[in-house]
Design a protein around this ligand. Sequence first.
Ligand code: CUA
Length: 168
Amino acid sequence: MHVDGTEKKWVILSVAMAFAMVGILTAYAINHNIVPPSNVETIDSVSLHLSAEFAEDKLGLRQTEDGSLVVTMVAARYGFYPQDMKVPVGTPITFRIASADVLHGVHTAGTNMNTMVVPGYVSEITTTFPKTGKFPMFCNEYCGLGHDYMWSRLWVVPKDEIKLGDTL
Ligand code: CUA
């Protein structure tokens, strides 16, 4: 079989490019400490509404016994629930998010909060919002025809505007 010299060069070049790209991604991930989520916690997506934590009346901001703040959220076609949520500025908040149906993603524009929400697992992410304001949360994993309309609002407000124990 004859392979033209120029063609051979292109084969070598394209394979080398593929390796170079994987190498760049690997180096970037190592340098920026990008890791897969470490919280592996399973949940039955079908019966979320019956669960102790993700039932409708349990969603939103709450304080745990040790004083830390936790937001429980459900992602479902096509929205995040609760749809409007207030959280305090400058305070570490742990988000626990479960999907009721398919794969979703939560990206809070203008912040570092961004995670996939895989059905069957609880996504957990802890972050601190440094400034107040209204931040849109978008779904960033294609989840169906309404994907583009899947969003909600996060209000980062001064600490004294948060009344714990209330449904926010
Ligand atoms: Cu949910 Cu896209």
